[in-house]
Design a protein around this ligand. Structure first.
Ligand SMILES: O=c1[nH]c(=O)c2[nH]c(=O)[nH]c2[nH]1
Length: 306
């Protein structure tokens, strides 16, 4: 209680950028580099600092920032973002009696190994596009939540998409179609089922590998087989099939949330009836993301805790 009011507070440091290199010999696969943008937010009992000038319970946000670099230094073996977030979360909740909970969020800058002369380079990387993120919440009791995700994953197919049979009323202008471009920028979040630090898998389970696996399954389900593809009757149906495939393939994922904006490629028809200039024949489009459709859903296993 704060002078007859209830105070809920948290503090931490955001945009802590850290990069870690693990220098393996070329014969063992070469160097590994990660670049992480870390945010730490702790729930800490430091009421006196809010209601008076007593800062004695505050773990300074500067110290929180420093800890990120100390822990990166201590990771002499390769760690995934998720493992690093758990290490940080456990550190703050176990070292400081006043800290009851820590939320660690990490977004990775995707440095991908380059290929030179068809060979993976031992120490050369270029930046990719879509990003892997994680949010880990650790409580003093050791209970935890691990969500991981992908952002900015842009996908498009030039055919095998349609949209028909939707509500017809005075507001409808869109014709039925079985031929259109479908484009989206996928944001996915999925939850791992581990609820306590004691349940955390040791190797060979690897969060980084699971991220790559989920991305592959999302991609394959969106596009279908390389030669013929798969017909999508709506973004809704494709989104559902993508989420379902993730839960079906990976028992260690308990729920998945997908956001798939419908980034429209509008048919171009220019001119008048008398003087047509450009007549659309599934060839020239006006790409736009303003406005765009917003389609999102969460799929969970029965009984899974969200
Ligand atoms: O796949 C689609 N789902 C919609 O809900 C929708 N609405 C719309 O105008 N076009 C589309 N396409």
């Amino acid at each position: 209680m704060a002078e007859n009011f209830q105070l809920q507070s948290r503090h931490g440091k955001s945009r802590v950028r850290v990069s870690r290199v693990w220098r393996r010999p070329a014969a063992a696969g070469g160097h590994i580099i990660v670049e992480w943008n870390v945010a730490v937010s702790i729930v800490s009992d430091c009421l006196p600092s809010y209601i008076s000038s007593d800062n004695s319970a505050i773990v300074a946000t500067d110290s929180i920032k420093n800890t990120v670099y100390v822990k990166a230094k201590e990771c002499t073996e390769v760690v995934s973002m998720e493992e690093f977030a758990v290490i940080l979360g456990r550190h703050f909740t176990s070292l400081y009696p006043q800290v009851s909970e820590a939320t660690v969020t990490i977004v990775e800058r995707p440095w991908d190994r380059v290929t030179v002369d068809g060979k993976p380079h031992s120490h050369g990387f270029k930046v990719g596009v879509e990003k892997h993120s994680t949010e880990v919440i650790v409580k003093k009791s050791g209970s935890l939540l691990i969500n991981s995700g992908i952002q900015g994953y842009s996908l498009l197919k030039t055919t095998q998409s349609g949209f028909e049979g939707f509500v017809t009323d005075r507001y409808r202008l869109l014709p039925d179609t079985r031929e259109r471009i479908v484009a989206t920028e996928v944001t996915a979040w999925w939850r791992y089922p581990f609820e306590h630090v004691s349940q955390l898998p040791s190797k060979p389970f690897c969060f980084t590998q699971r991220y790559q696996d989920v991305k592959r399954v999302l991609t394959e389900t969106f596009f279908g087989p390389a030669d013929v593809g798969v017909y999508s009757p709506s973004v809704q149906n494709t989104l559902y099939l993508m989420a379902k495939e993730v839960l079906t393939r990976f028992p260690d994922i308990s729920s998945v949330q997908l956001r798939m904006p419908n980034l429209h490629f509008l048919p171009v028809n220019l001119g008048s009836k008398e003087t047509p200039l450009v007549k659309f024949a599934d060839d020239v489009y006006l790409p736009t993301d303003e406005p765009h459709g917003t389609i999102e859903a969460t799929l969970s296993r029965p009984m899974s805790k969200l």
